[in-house]
Ligand binder design. Structure first.
Ligand code: CO
Length: 211
């Protein structure tokens, strides 16, 4: 069978299996979406949010892009963030990168990936530049990429805290907490690398008045 048809076929089997476990499974889900978590992860097919955290549909609101970036002009990401924070009222936002990330590795090369990938990867190069000294002290390139992955996650968490969406929620509701995590493709373990609890101090340059 062609692989695309296999997906539809397997979907029917999965739906039937869910109903065998709980005849009201879909009815319950259709009426309720109240996730506590927003997940901003890499699009990489090996890092599926629900599977690696042992959660079910309905538990995590998900946004994914290459190398889990938070770019302050990205209307897609900001819409997801606004909806999750203001309407779903999530308690936690997780930025989850992963070791062995192709986006991170690509940004460490001088290869011309052409528009529009060059535009996207530029944001990772900017993180590299901020931490150039630390990164270039690491001789092993794989270890250097691993460290850049961690620093990138940290930087994206900081980007979240600079948005008016997060600042407003922090001021009025003391949520959400912002977590920076890195997932290991080799062992399946998530390592927390950075945390900003609601109300953490942020660089005054990015702080909004009367929010
Ligand atoms: Co990746």
């Amino acid at each position: 069978m062609e692989s695309i048809y296999k997906l539809l076929n397997d979907n029917k089997e999965w739906a039937a299996g869910q109903l065998r476990l709980d005849p009201e499974y879909f009815e319950k889900l259709a009426h309720l979406q109240s996730p506590e978590f927003l997940w901003i992860g890499c699009s990489d097919s090996r890092v599926p949010a629900n599977e690696i955290t042992g959660t079910q549909p309905g538990e995590i609101f998900v946004h994914r892009n290459i190398a889990n970036l938070v770019i302050h002009t990205d209307v897609n990401l900001l819409s997801v963030l606004e909806f999750a924070v203001v309407h779903l009222r999530v308690k936690h936002v997780i930025i989850c990168g992963h070791y062995g990330c192709g986006g991170i590795r690509a940004a460490m090369t001088n290869h011309d990936y052409k528009q529009v990938l060059n535009m996207w990867l530029r944001h990772i190069k900017d993180v590299y530049r901020l931490h150039r000294e630390e990164l270039e002290a690491i001789g092993d390139l794989e270890k250097r990429a691993d460290r850049l992955t961690e620093l990138n996650v940290r930087e994206q968490v900081l980007h979240l805290s600079k948005t008016s969406i997060i600042q407003k929620a922090w001021n009025h509701e003391q949520r959400p907490h912002l977590h920076g995590w890195v997932y290991g493709l080799k062992d399946g373990i998530i390592k927390p690398v950075f945390l900003m609890n609601a109300g953490s101090p942020i660089d005054s340059l990015y702080q909004y008045d009367d929010i």
